[in-house]
Design a protein around this ligand. Structure first.
Ligand code: FE2
Length: 419
């Protein structure tokens, strides 16, 4: 068939239109993907620890008003070899709301499961068609890692907390999660303090998960009376693998080759709600530690386990230390007294050749205790009066190192355990 001149022109024009149209479509698409601004602004965006950080991660955030269509999208980090957005997964968020002294709080929570260990993921959150900017999280590779540990962050204005947290993370950007040892805030029922705490940790929370521990100040009401700690428990969707009915108060998790077990030490504050708190936790801790096959075992408590007067085990210590001894726990971290101290190995109620070492973490906020003194079993002590401090926990297969650093990075103490 011979094409007429007119017909050829029409075909050519149609082809050109198709090419220009396709070009515009792909240009617009790539422009949209690359340039469209994130318009969703989640408040207090945070990662929260799960039992297995190699395969799962919890992400939470607050919203201005009730939102039923919120979601989280995640994908393996886009790099040169990987096709963009080919494997984006989307999960609906769980919306909750609760009353506080600052009004009703609207919150979203998602737990991502089925992740690959040792990978970097990108995630963003949103509602409807609005979305936030991409953030990243890394899954536990199962080997060496560094975690940051912060003692009491309770403060007047949380500026020191912000400085301590930001300094620590900027100097150890490879840190994979952080622990807050309790007394995160001064008054656990006052929402404005929680806003300040979140603001102080804003450089960490979207990047690495927090593993918090409840302290006595989480259990004080606005009238400074015992309070059941509901607000703390609402703000962190923590593992539910502790004793029944104590979700978020007692729980355990693994990171690398280390098993961490958290025990709630607020026996007095919680007596009217949980009169058998210590008995239930002792039973659970025994089973939890015995069941772990991890090389290193760490117990985390807010109140320390020794009497201030003479350094002998207090009632908490008498209840927990036999379990700690029987299960060959390596390190017990505490907080509450706002000073740093490290004991010699301690077993069966006294210093021993082998046994757990007890480390009082210090303070990351602005509250000090000048009256605190070293206990007889402590081989290192610092009042951390001039500036706050933090701890760095570095673990690999054969070594566990704990280093205490001042807010400005100055060395206070370091200890390495080998096995
Ligand atoms: Fe405390």
């Amino acid at each position: 068939m011979k094409w007429s001149k007119g017909f050829s022109k029409t075909v050519l024009l149609a082809l050109m239109l198709i090419i220009v149209g396709a070009g515009m479509f792909f240009y617009q698409r790539s422009y949209c993907e690359a340039e469209q601004p994130a318009r969703y602004e989640p408040m207090q965006l945070r990662q929260v620890i799960t039992t297995d950080s190699g395969t799962s991660r919890t992400v939470m955030w607050q919203t201005e008003k009730a939102e039923s269509g919120s979601w989280l999208e995640y994908r393996l980090r886009v790099d040169a070899e990987q096709a963009p957005d080919s494997a984006v997964q989307k999960i609906a968020a769980q919306a909750t709301d609760f009353q506080t002294d600052a009004g009703r709080i609207y919150q979203q929570s998602v737990t991502v499961t089925g992740l690959e260990p040792g990978k970097t993921y990108e995630y963003r959150v949103g509602s409807g068609k609005e979305f936030s900017k991409w953030e990243t999280f890394k899954t536990d590779v199962g080997g060496a890692f560094t975690a940051l540990i912060f003692g009491d962050s309770q403060s007047l204005d949380y500026n020191e907390w912000r400085k301590t947290a930001a300094y620590a993370y900027s100097h150890d950007p490879a840190a994979t999660f952080f622990i807050n040892m309790g007394d995160l805030v001064d008054n656990g029922e006052q929402y404005s303090q929680w806003r300040s705490w979140f603001r102080g940790a804003a450089s960490l929370l979207p990047q690495i998960p927090v593993a918090p521990i409840s302290g006595n100040h989480e259990n004080y009401s606005l009238q400074w009376k015992p309070y059941n700690g509901e607000l703390y428990l609402n703000l962190f969707d923590l593992p539910d693998n502790g004793p029944e009915g104590l979700k978020g108060q007692a729980y355990s998790y693994d990171y690398g080759n280390v098993h961490f077990a958290v025990v709630d030490t607020q026996l007095e504050e919680l007596a009217q709600w949980q009169p058998d708190l210590i008995e239930r936790q002792v039973k659970w801790l025994e089973q939890d530690l015995a069941a772990s096959t991890k090389k290193w075992k760490v117990v985390l408590v807010h109140r320390n386990l020794f009497r201030y007067q003479d350094g002998r085990p207090n009632s908490l210590g008498l209840a927990l230390m036999p379990v700690i001894d029987r299960n060959d726990v390596d390190v017990v971290f505490s907080a509450h007294n706002h000073t740093y101290g490290r004991s010699a190995p301690f077993k069966n109620g006294s210093v021993a050749a082998q046994g757990a070492i007890y480390i009082s973490s210090g303070r990351s906020g602005d509250k000090t205790w000048a009256g605190s003194r070293a206990k007889p079993q402590e081989v290192a002590f610092d009042g951390v009066l001039e500036q706050p401090n933090y701890l760095k926990l570095t673990a690999d297969n054969n070594k566990l190192t704990v280093t205490s650093l001042r807010q400005n990075g100055g060395l206070i103490d370091t200890v390495t355990l080998t096995k």
